[in-house]
Design a protein around this ligand. Structure first.
Ligand code: 3PG
Length: 306
């Protein structure tokens, strides 16, 4: 079988080598499409692919239609808002992600961002410490849990809001369950977002929630830029010059934000949460193993479109 690895943002070399080894061991061939700038390159490359490994690359209905042999697509990562699951299902293509595999890298970035914003983005002037501060985790999944663990080790107290996780589990891990998002935003010095981008969450974080944050609080977004209501973000930052916003991947209005709010805001130029060799290796190799297991045994663990 031909496995296409299509990564506009390439994996570390060690991850690519590992994917090739796993594929070769299972009798498959790997074709690489890296750093492509044109959608047309992806459409041509998928034409004879049996399997596809991507990162945030968009697997649209058009891509699916251009891939007549495609049987499985694996998003090497957690968020799968880039995959048209319906188009895959209609064609009988199995879609998977690799949950948890890059979670530590994202969690470390969230911690780094808290310190970076507390220390004036490493510019001169008196900053603050995160020890003793309260962190609110919005969505206590693979990343949220790791952020909580690291934050507690650094002396923070942690609260989390996640209607899908039992409160006892949070408590047993030293985390206080929040009764509501409103309560969490009102009480926490930092809020770290770990929600996926879904029709329910897109644009869901805006003026109302941020206006509840205590003086000097900071909102961290290592999730998806789409979950922020950008017009309301501009308004609250303007009404509350004490608040801060830091994001892994710039919002569409970032030029305006930087001009208006200076060091109240910071965004990475390109999404870098999962940009570690370790995360690339974990997620890339997991994707290759999942494809090999699907072809050999029909294994559909981690299938998203069941
Ligand atoms: C994810 O959803 O796994 C992260 O956002 C990482 O995305 P990336 O593979 O494009 O860096």
């Amino acid at each position: 079988m031909k496995i296409l690895v299509a990564t506009e943002k390439p994996f570390a070399a060690a991850a690519v080598n590992g994917i090739k080894e796993i594929a070769a061991g299972a009798g498959h061939e790997v074709v690489l499409l890296e750093k492509y700038s044109d959608k047309g390159e992806l459409l041509s490359a998928v034409a004879d692919a049996d399997a596809l490994i991507v990162r945030s690359d968009k697997v649209t209905a058009e891509v699916v239609a251009a891939a007549p042999s495609l049987k499985i697509v694996v998003r090497a990562g957690a968020g799968y808002d880039n995959i048209d699951l319906q188009a895959c299902t209609e064609r009988g293509i199995v879609a998977m992600n690799t949950p948890g595999q890059n979670a530590n890298a994202v969690a470390e970035l969230a911690i780094a961002m808290m310190i970076f914003m507390s220390r004036n983005q490493f510019n001169p002037g008196t900053g603050g410490e995160i020890s003793g501060r309260k962190l609110g985790i919005q969505a206590y999944g693979n990343v949220g849990r790791l952020v909580a663990e690291k934050a507690m080790a650094l002396g923070m107290s942690v609260m989390a809001f996640d209607p899908f996780v039992p409160e006892d589990k949070m408590r047993s891990e030293g985390v206080t369950p929040a009764c509501s998002l409103e309560q969490m935003y009102s009480e926490c010095d930092f809020i770290s977002l770990h929600i996926p981008a879904t029709p329910q969450t897109v644009g869901s974080i805006g003026y109302d929630l941020m206006s509840r944050m205590p003086k000097g609080a900071c909102l961290l977004n290592t999730a998806r830029k789409e979950v922020i209501n950008e017009a309301e973000l501009v308004k609250i930052l303007s009404d509350r010059p004490d608040l801060k916003y830091v994001a892994d991947v710039a919002p569409a209005c970032y030029v305006e934000l930087e001009e208006k709010f200076g060091r109240q805001v910071f965004a990475t130029p390109k999404k870098m949460g999962a940009e570690t060799a370790e995360a690339n290796i974990n997620a890339g190799l997991a994707a290759a193993r999942q494809i090999a297991a699907y072809f050999s045994d029909g294994c559909t663990r981690f299938q998203l479109n069941k």
